[in-house]
Design a protein. Structure first.
Length: 139
């Protein structure tokens, strides 16, 4: 019989932007679920944050930050029409590029990853409490 598990992971990033390796929390969710074979969905529940899979390497994260800032610079805020007076239009665009969610296979009770794959929460408009959803289905 198929089982289902749901948990929200909460974050309060003190800076505007950050990349957080949430793989250990997702692995803990998989253990808590008791599911050995199935699918693990992790998605940002905010339109200015992202969940993505890549390498946990500081140089790459720096490069992402520089690249995203070139594609959608935070300032000048006046360049954006998004809710005139708000200052997070760039965060919406950065989220669009980095993606909303990931799905990872669970095999024999473990995340079925490639060698360097890790799950990240990407924050683009921090300094407040935000969350990501972990949903696991399987046997």
């Amino acid at each position: 019989m198929m089982k289902s598990y749901r948990k929200e992971l909460w974050f309060e990033v003190p800076s505007r932007r950050a990349f957080i390796n949430i793989t250990p929390q997702v692995e803990q969710c998989l253990r808590e679920s008791g599911i050995k074979e199935g699918l693990v969905l992790v998605n940002a529940m905010h339109i200015t944050a992202s969940v993505f899979i890549n390498d946990d390497e500081a140089g790459l994260h720096h490069d992402y930050d520089v690249w995203l800032e070139k594609l959608a610079p935070h300032e000048p805020v006046s360049q954006y029409r998004h809710n005139v007076g708000e200052d997070n239009a760039d965060a919406h665009m950065k989220r669009q590029i980095m993606g909303r969610e990931v799905v990872v296979a669970a095999t024999d009770g473990k995340l079925d990853f490639g060698t360097w794959e890790r799950i990240f929460y990407g924050e683009f408009d921090g300094r407040r409490r935000k969350r990501a959803l972990v949903k696991i289905i399987g046997d």
